[in-house]
Write a protein that binds this ligand. Sequence first.
Ligand SMILES: [Fe+2]
Length: 321
Amino acid sequence: MTRTVESNMTGVAIPAVVHHDVPAYLASDEALIHLLDRYPAHLFDINRYEFDAEGQASLTTGTRGEAGGRAVLEAIKAGQLWVNLRSCEDAHPGLWAEVQQAFGKLHPELGVAAKGLKAARKITGQLILSSPVTRVPFHFDAAGVVLFHLRGVKRVWVYPTTEAFLPQAAMEKVIMRATTEDLPYQRLMDGAAYRFDVAPGQALTWPLYAPHRVENQEGLCVSLSMDYQTWASRITTGAHRANGVLRGRGWTIHPMAQTGWAQRTLLWAASLVFTRLGFVKNNIKDFERTFDVAAAPAQAGQAASVQPKTETAPVARRRAA
Ligand SMILES: [Fe+2]
C-alpha cells in the first residue's frame, strides 16, 4: 500500500488487527435490551441498506417508534438493519471506560495510531448493532477509526487510499456533504483490498481515510467504533473542504499528497471562512425517516416488505464500519 502523508501523521500505515479485552457481556442480549430501553432518542440512528447485483447501495432510514428495547433487538436480529448508538462517550460511560482502558493497553500494538490518539483533539464512540446478513457499502470516514468488535463475525474490506480507490474530487464532495453521490465502487477493486474476518475480542484499525466496506458473516454483530481527530487530520479534512469549494469555482486543485502542511493549514483556515460565508452547503442534511420498527416490527428489517414513504436516498450519511 502506498504510504500517504496522512498515514504518517495520524494513524497506521496499513490496516492492523489486535486483541482487546472489553468484556463480551456488554454485548449480551440483556445488556443491549437494557441499553436500548434507555438510550437517548436523538443519538439513535436506524438504517437499512439495499444492494443491487453490482453491489451498489441505497439507504433508507427508520425510527424505533414506540418499540421497546427487546423489540428493536429482535428486529435487528431478523432483518437487514444497521443501528448506530452515537456519543457513547457521554451516553454509555460504562462501555466507554472499558474501551478507553482497553485502548490504553493497545498503544504498543497500534504503533502510529497510538501517537495519533495521544494528540487527538476529539475522541467519540458509537455502538453499532447490525443484522446477521447486512452490509455497509464502500465508503471512507473523515476520522481515524479503531473498531472494537464484541459479538458476531464481520468481514471488513479495506482498500488503498490511492486516487484509483479514493478520487480526490469525490472525496471533497463527501467531506463537503454537498452531494448524495457515493464513492465509485466496482467489485474488481476487491482484489487490491485487505480482508479481515473480525471476531469478538479483536480490534481493527486502518489508515486515515482508507475506503472500506463491511459484510456481516455470522450472528448479530456488535462493535464499538472509536473515532478520533488529530490536528493533522482536522487540518487535512479542512483542506479538502476548501479544495472542494475552489474546485467548484474552476480552480485547479493539486493532489493532497503533494500539498505540504503549510499549504494545508492555509486551506484549512480558508475552509473556516468559506463555511462562515455559506460557501459550504450541506445539501443532504437529515433524511426523512421512512419506516417504523414499532409499526411493523416483523417487517422492519425486510427490504422488500416495507414501502418507503419517500424516495430512498443514495448512501451519504456518516457511517461506521
Ligand atoms: Fe466507516
